[in-house]
Design a protein around this ligand. Structure first.
Ligand SMILES: [Zn+2]
Length: 461
């Protein structure tokens, strides 16, 4: 370094340089500074290359956080991004508007200035870049790419199919397995190679029962927990699932590969005379009838069905085409389950009671005006990955059907709603609203999270 100049002096000097000449010079210098490294094999990560230009990275709106592990220094980062903007010739827009497509023309321009042997070995990026246009552009230029896939219905279907037995998963170290196949998503003009990666099930840590998990198997938590309770050496338990995800020792799990197998499987079930049958889910009249039939013949049947409230199971079976007396006669209990998000204990914010507007909206009495509660911090913290929430817990509602109630229901002398009210009045068994409000009072969750999973616009009284 030859000396120190003031910022004003630099500004004054820059006025004399025409902008286009200045940009050209900087562009050449920036590219020149990286060119010695381009002879080595390298991967172009367009996520980190394009996104910082638009400030869409997490936390960018509230300012850059140099304290975050793995981030370069603030000065270096600003310098790097500023130069990238110039060398890629990207248009800068205010706010956090982000568009992968807008950064790509600049990237191609930059790459095309380089001799072919200096090109990256391949490009990688998040699913935002996995559009057909981006892929076609890569294919035209003969540049390999690796993009994440969005979890579309078709992708999920492929994953489910491959998760079932038969697919040859290859070990790829560190407890992971991979499988190569092809896929054509809607909007694609041709099949493309796809690599699925999963944790090796034989090496994955055993998951605790009752611990919330992701996706479809959430709805099966409750029946599976009941199964574990009922599982004894002298009890013959069979399950019919699609797919089998949680194998319990001592229980015979059957993997249902297509809905057509349902009827023959149930028929062969009955021949082995099981004590308890778990059916993955009742979706249509056929599975509903089989469930009821199995129950009528003295088998304990556990199943799940999608309804808004526990008492609606009776109406739901009716909608599927079953007579009410049949349902009333065989149903022993219904149980609803909801998973409520829990507040992050590190950043939850105390709040002095619930405001009148919310009390009215969610039918909460005035005692809530000064109950100390907590709310999620907007933007969260590092512990909760900026969500304000951390984990979930299950809340339950149980409605038992005694022989007397079964009789009243069958004769149509009691509606499912009246039954629900009666159980709530007795106040002995858990109910969704009360359980949700208890979590709120205990400061474990907030009103937003509770009202998302429970209809809070009515009261029990
Ligand atoms: Zn937090």
């Amino acid at each position: 370094m030859n000396g120190v100049v003031s910022e004003d002096a630099v500004r004054l000097a820059m006025v004399r340089i025409p902008q286009s000449a200045g940009l050209d010079w900087i562009s050449t210098q920036v590219l020149g500074s990286i060119s010695p490294a381009l002879g080595l094999p390298w991967i172009l990560d367009i996520d980190v290359t394009v996104k910082p230009l638009y400030g869409h990275q997490q936390g960018a709106e509230i300012g850059y956080n140099p304290q975050k592990p793995g981030r370069p220094s603030h000065v270096y980062h600003s310098y790097f991004v500023a130069n990238l903007r110039i060398s890629l010739g990207v248009e800068i827009r205010p706010g956090n508007e982000h568009a992968a497509a807008k950064g790509l023309p600049g990237l191609w321009q930059t790459l095309e200035k380089l001799p072919r042997h200096q090109w990256p070995t391949f490009t990688r990026g998040d699913c935002g870049y996995g559009s057909e246009i981006t892929m076609l552009e890569h294919e035209q230029r003969g540049l390999p790419y690796l993009f994440k896939l969005r979890h579309t219905a078709k992708v999920k279907e492929l994953v489910n199919r491959m998760m079932r037995q038969g697919a040859l998963w290859q070990d790829c170290g560190d407890g992971w397995q991979a499988l190569e196949t092809t896929l054509r998503l809607s909007g694609w003009t041709r099949d493309r190679r796809v690599i699925l990666v999963r944790e090796n099930p034989a090496k994955a840590p055993v998951r605790q029962a009752g611990k919330p998990r992701r996706g479809k198997d959430r709805q099966k938590l409750l029946p599976n927990a009941i199964l574990r309770e009922l599982n004894r050496p002298d009890v013959n338990i069979l399950t019919l699932e699609n797919p089998v995800e949680d194998e319990v020792p001592g229980i015979t799990h059957c993997d249902l590969k297509s809905p057509k197998e349902f009827k023959p499987m149930i028929a062969s079930f009955m021949r082995s005379d099981p004590d308890i049958i778990l059916m993955g889910e009742v979706r249509d009249i056929e599975s509903a009838e089989l469930a009821i039939e199995a129950a009528v013949t003295g088998h304990k049947v556990l199943t799940t069905i999608h309804t808004a409230r526990a008492s609606q199971i009776i109406e739901r079976f009716e909608q599927l085409g079953l007579e009410r007396w049949k349902i009333a006669q065989t149903l022993k209990a219904t149980c609803a389950q909801r998973l409520v998000k829990l507040l992050c204990p590190y950043c939850k914010e105390p709040s002095n009671g619930i405001e009148e507007f919310d009390r009215k909206t969610f039918s909460l009495d005035d005692s809530w005006a000064d109950v100390p509660v907590f709310t999620a911090k907007s933007g969260g913290c590092q512990e909760c990955r900026n969500t304000g929430y951390s984990g979930r817990t299950a809340i339950l509602e149980i409605i038992p059907i005694s022989p007397k109630i079964s009789d009243l229901l069958a004769k149509g002398e009691m509606t499912p709603y009246e039954l629900e009210m009666k159980v709530a009045e007795e106040g002995v068994l858990p109910n969704l609203r009360r359980s949700g409000l208890r979590l709120l009072r205990d400061g474990k969750t907030d009103l937003v999270a509770v009202s998302k999973v429970i209809d809070m616009t009515y009261t029990d009284d």
